[in-house]
Design a protein around this ligand. Structure first.
Ligand SMILES: [Ca+2]
Ligand SMILES: [Ca+2]
Length: 286
């Protein structure tokens, strides 16, 4: 093995392990791919720790209805039990001053529906509450809009801190929903890779108040905005992706976009790299 190849192997190994990681705030990716199954879901962005979610009884990887957007599996949300939320277990965690929340969703419902939410479910939003959801105020029924609310730390109670998409055209099947927040800059909504709504963002980082869920508000007992259907590539990043990046994320999926290696290939690269490095060191030591 020559030295160039050795360096390449080491470099690729390090890059492979570092891909998708960034210093600072929390990052989460649920691809729902094996070995995930049933109610076992793992985080694929683990440089900041693995944010393993908890699933309520109505949520699982259903082997009889996998319906993937990417890979071979997705997460199914049913109303069988009346409890249908994914709990990110991020209560009290600071998402930072800039972040992206994104998911591919194939809803079985129309109208008001929550995807990402730390909202209590009643009254004004308070510090640390965020909502990305379907919002049928534009045209009730089959043509829905999207809204993104972000109440960062220190904002105080408010219902005015939101971006609105206006009408978006829904067809059956998967659609990509994204909310981005950039303190003092913009909060924006993307639908299928396209910017559909934007508004000046308040300032401050956002520390999750209570808990962050996917599927319904935190304490709302009425279950009046539940998400039913499938979700895939559920993603939280510690930066606001740009409009250009959004098209790539929507078309390629998070694994390709973030260049996340399969666990096995990362290990192979690292082992090859270390073996090569050891070989060079041995020859140098002669
Ligand atoms: Ca993580
Ligand atoms: Ca998947």
């Amino acid at each position: 093995m020559n030295r160039l190849l050795v360096c390449t192997c080491v470099g690729v190994g390090v890059l492979a392990l570092a891909a998708g990681s960034a210093a600072g705030a929390v990052q989460v990716l649920y691809t729902l791919e094996p070995p995930d199954s049933g109610t076992t879901v793992s985080d694929r962005l683990t440089a900041d720790g693995a944010q393993v979610p908890s699933l309520e009884p109505g949520v699982s990887i259903d082997p009889a209805d996998l319906n993937p957007k990417f890979g071979s599996q997705s997460l199914k949300f049913t109303n069988a039990s009346g409890k249908n939320r994914l709990d990110f277990n991020l209560g009290g965690v600071n998402l930072g001053t800039s972040f992206t929340v994104a998911a591919y969703v194939d809803p079985d419902v129309t109208g008001w529906t929550r995807t990402f939410t730390s909202y209590s479910g009643g009254g004004s939003l308070v510090d640390g509450e965020v909502i990305l959801g379907f919002d049928n105020r534009q045209t009730p029924g089959s043509s829905n809009g999207l809204a993104l609310y972000v109440n960062p730390d220190g904002a105080g109670a408010a219902t005015t801190l939101f971006a609105d998409s206006g009408k978006v055209s829904w067809t059956s099947g998967y659609h990509h929903l994204v909310g981005t927040y950039d303190s003092g800059g913009l909060m924006s909504i993307y639908f299928d890779g396209e910017l559909v709504g934007s508004k000046s963002a308040p300032s401050g980082s956002l520390t999750i108040n209570g808990e962050l869920y996917f599927g319904e508000d935190r304490t709302d007992p009425r279950e009046n905005e539940p998400f039913f259907g499938h979700a895939d590539d559920v993603l939280i990043l510690d930066r606001a992706l740009s409009e250009g990046e959004m098209k790539l994320l929507a078309s390629q999926g998070a694994v390709a976009f973030l260049q996340i290696p399969e666990p096995s290939s990362a290990v192979v690269f690292l082992v090859l790299g270390l073996l090569g490095w050891a070989g060079v060191a041995r020859r140098r030591g002669r």
